[in-house]
Design a protein around this ligand. Structure first.
Ligand SMILES: Nc1ccn([C@@H]2O[C@H](COP(=O)(O)OP(=O)(O)OP(=O)(O)O)[C@@H](O)[C@H]2O)c(=O)n1
Ligand SMILES: [Mg+2]
Length: 397
């Protein structure tokens, strides 16, 4: 099979492959970019595999960086783009099921493709746009199947993260999981314990935000992968709601908020949960705000002051969460009410602490309380947001 009209990302990288070939080496596009061009998906970067050793690659290009030279990868800078060029290799002796303890460079592409995770990721493309398909990857693409290359147990022992990658690709590509590959995950889910939380999280998020997140999440539960990730063990029943939701999330904040709500977590447990997953402080704080506001929305119609406090971004994010969870919310009414608030943030208040001091109020906690009282009155529409109206209001205190 040959691709006649190559996307620009490949055309731009073509001189890099040609340079390697002119140096007497073999060079191919490999991995995700070949898969994605065949699926008509957006291609974010291209990976190149070559028979040249890293030192030989470096000699052929003016600018290169030793990004992963131990694993055979050199990053070449060419016409403003960077390309990862990896020497054909096999990965032997994954003692800790994490990273290869050493890589063995090999002379041909076949050996290199053999050690890749899934058949659809084991395709290569040469400078003519010709697809090299040694493991029926093209047929599996057509049948929308995630299938391990060769023996799935071996592939997952080499790198246990691949089990998460399987459900991630299911979700992103809307593919099903081949039976033996699924069975191998179910048999070896414990291997995931060896993998760092950050790597698991990245795959989990891609799964949760993919086009077929709910189907993939079901397999994530069925294979017991869910038992091996932070704070999910023993929570299958609560998590089983996710695949039954009417929609699935498209924002990471929504994904985490939904999981937290399904797990029935208390306010004070959210921080630990988010830290266990190695999420950033910014992500944690926003998720805390969303879950809190979701609770407010579930118990009563938010007051104007609650709308003011939560702010537009978190309001919209919480509406998204409520929508996905199938909670009835009149989102138009809430947004309209927010937009009609007399002020949207503290700086829009006509007065500040200095104004109160000038009016004879002593600095201290009472001043703060008075300021809040004024702000609430303005937000509720009981007080005009002008110096005059506020001065008059003060006289009545
Ligand atoms: N645990 C892994 C990770 C990667 N690969 C191989 O390395 C390629 C590139 O890896 P990566 O960029 O992580 O994944 P992609 O398949 O390119 O997917 P994405 O579009 O998300 O980058 C994969 O296609 C696959 O051939 C693998 O065999 N095992
Ligand atoms: Mg990639």
């Amino acid at each position: 099979m040959k691709i006649t009209k190559l996307p620009n990302v490949f055309l731009a990288a073509m001189p890099v492959l040609k340079t390697l070939e002119a140096g007497g080496f073999e060079a191919y596009f490999v991995g995700g970019s070949v898969r994605d061009v065949l699926l008509g998906r957006h291609i974010h970067d291209v990976d190149i595999a070559t028979s040249a050793y890293p030192e030989e690659v470096k000699e052929l290009f003016e600018k290169s960086i030793d990004t992963g030279i131990k694993h055979g990868t050199v990053t070449v800078l060419y016409q403003g783009e960077s390309y990862e060029i990896t020497t054909f290799r096999t990965e032997s002796g994954y003692q800790d099921f994490r990273r290869p303890d050493h890589v063995t460079f090999v002379q041909n592409l076949d050996e290199d493709l053999k050690r890749r995770d899934f058949t659809i990721n084991a395709l290569a493309m040469n400078t003519d746009g010709e697809i090299i398909d040694l493991f029926v990857g093209l047929a599996d693409l057509k049948h929308k199947l995630i299938k391990a290359v060769g023996d799935p147990e071996q592939r997952f022992h080499e790198d246990a993260l691949r089990m998460m990658r399987a459900v991630r690709f299911m979700s992103q590509l809307k593919f099903s999981l081949e039976e033996k590959t699924e069975q191998a995950i179910a048999d070896h889910h414990q291997l995931l314990k060896k993998i760092s939380v950050e790597r698991i999280r990245d795959e989990f998020v891609k799964m949760g935000l993919g086009a077929d997140a709910r189907a993939a999440f079901q397999i994530f539960l069925d294979t017991q992968l869910s038992e091996e990730v932070p704070d999910f063990a023993g929570k299958k029943e609560q998590l089983a709601v996710f695949p039954k939701l009417q929609f699935s999330p498209t924002m990471e904040t929504s994904l985490w908020s939904i999981i937290i709500i399904l797990l029935g977590m208390q306010d004070n447990q959210i921080g630990k949960f988010m830290r266990d997953w190695k999420n950033s402080n910014a992500m944690t704080e926003e998720v805390e705000r969303i879950v809190n506001f979701f609770d407010i929305m579930s118990s009563h119609t938010p007051t104007d002051y609650e709308l003011f406090e939560v702010g537009k971004k978190t309001l919209l994010n919480t509406i998204d969460v409520a929508h996905i969870l199938g909670q009835p919310v009149d989102s138009n009414a809430l947004v309209d009410r927010y937009l009609a608030l007399p002020i949207k943030n503290n700086s829009e208040l006509a007065i500040d602490g200095r104004f109160l001091i000038k009016k004879g109020i002593k600095p201290g906690p009472q001043l703060g309380e008075l300021l809040t009282k004024i702000k609430k009155a303005v937000i509720n529409g009981d007080l005009d947001n002008t110096e005059e109206a506020i001065a008059e209001f003060l006289e009545k205190q």
